[in-house]
Design a protein. Sequence first.
Length: 264
Amino acid sequence: MGKLEEYDTVADRKGLGERWDVYRVRHRLRHTEWLVVPFMMIAVLAYELLKSPLLYVPVLAVIAVGTIVGLRRIPPRTGIRMILVYDKGLLFVHTNAYPVTLLWEDVEASRQVYEQSDVKFKSGGVQSTVRYGHLTIWPSDGKPPIVLMHVLRQSDLASTIEEEIRPRLFESLNAALDANGEARVGPVIVTRAGILFPAADKDRPPVLLDWSQLKETRVSPTSDVLLRFTQQAGAPKGPSSFAISVPNAAVIRDFIEETRGLAE
């Protein structure tokens, strides 16, 4: 029985159902200075064995590339090295530890944040950018969040998690709106009439901007919900733009747009 089948057995005992996908964590080399010494030894050995400068360079290049590529595929010594997605939840494979499972119903929220996007590659005239960041998953039982870094196809994993917990989040937000006439989203409150913002001065009442003033709602590259407003004559003066830093930004954006659509 292979490793994946062993994990499937654990998942089956936990009631996770059928396996959908596997996401691996890539070990990223941060300090490569120590590679200089073995490469020098390899260079001397290759030269002695081949006795030909013409073969020396390509052989050394192949050895160097093979070594670097191989090392980059080595899983991290500690932490999560694999995430398996199942029909009813997730399984996290830890290095030297028993796998941990998490049902979809036990996922409270998730958020993907890109920390940098300045690593660019150009091939065949086409330039692409590789963005590195982290994906945070908050369990609903109050346990510490699970932070994933350098996951291959991380965006796909983040989208899958969000789609699985989206119906429950929508239901919770709409239930709060129906019960109280408002739903808190980070520092703002969504109401049937518009969005309520905290006043700059704590002694002043909150500012309500109605839906007619909302010009744009979108998700930023930093996974924030960006709101843009138009300033209308005679309307309360509020922010022209506002960023809401919350998990599940796409769900919050859709909830705001749906609430506005029902009110108009």
